[in-house]
Design a binder for this molecule. Structure first.
Ligand code: GAR
Length: 210
């Protein structure tokens, strides 16, 4: 929490690989309100539509394509320096589709969160919507969680169920999940900013596990 001219700020950096509708929800619902400020948007993809959304909101952007850094470790080290330079209270993954290095996760551990389109631990990883449809699930949902070294495995902050349409229509389900994400993610971030959610000490990895 940085104090500029006596005003408390809760500084958010968003990482996004794609369309950025979750970033847009964060910009529309949180940015510039109640002390919450999106101070940077980073991406692994130059063409990510999220970057244009950030620029339109006057937010600093940076791109870290893996191939320009010779691997994940070097890319995440450079990205970590950029993120740390923005002094964030929270790093929010919003459709960031790269696995982060253990060093990056460790550096931002208790202030690194993600949104995922399933009720974790069900359907982690890629194509959670396709996984739910293939499993014939009657319901799936949205999870906001802290990020740890695993794939979609960190402590849960908020979850909301979404019914799978009886006809199994993928587009209908994706639209319903997105609508819930755009409510739930800003809600979870607001809770974090107010100090109403944090990682329980029991959920932190033991030093020997790291
Ligand atoms: C969202 O549905 C988000 O939950 C998902 O990517 C989409 C990004 O949409 N993330 C994951 O699957 C992470 N494992 P957006 O670019 O429009 O925000």
């Amino acid at each position: 929490m940085r104090k500029d001219q006596g005003v408390s700020e809760f500084r958010i950096v968003v990482l996004a690989s794609g369309n950025g509708t979750n970033l847009q929800a964060i910009l529309d619902r949180l940015h510039g309100r109640e002390g919450l400020v999106v101070v940077g948007v980073g991406s692994d993809k130059r063409e990510a539509r999220a970057l244009g959304r950030a620029r339109a909101a006057g937010v600093e952007t940076a791109v870290f394509p893996r191939e320009e850094f010779g691997g994940r470790g070097a890319r995440d080290a450079a990205m970590g320096e950029w993120v740390a330079g923005l002094a964030p209270d929270l790093v929010a993954l919003a459709g960031y589709m790269q696995i982060l290095s253990a060093e990056f996760v460790g550096r931002f551990r208790d202030r690194l969160v993600n949104v995922h389109p399933s009720l974790l631990p069900a359907f982690p990883g890629l194509d959670a919507v396709g996984q739910a449809l293939a499993a014939g699930a009657e319901a799936t949902g949205v999870t906001v969680h802290f990020v740890d070294e695993g794939v979609d495995t960190g402590p849960v902050i908020l979850q909301r169920q979404v019914p799978v349409p009886p006809n199994g229509d993928r587009e209908e389900l994706e639209n319903a999940l997105h609508a819930v994400e755009h409510e739930l993610y800003p809600e979870a971030i607001r809770m974090l900013a107010r100090g109403e959610a944090r990682i329980d000490a029991d959920d932190l990895p033991k030093v020997a596990d790291r």
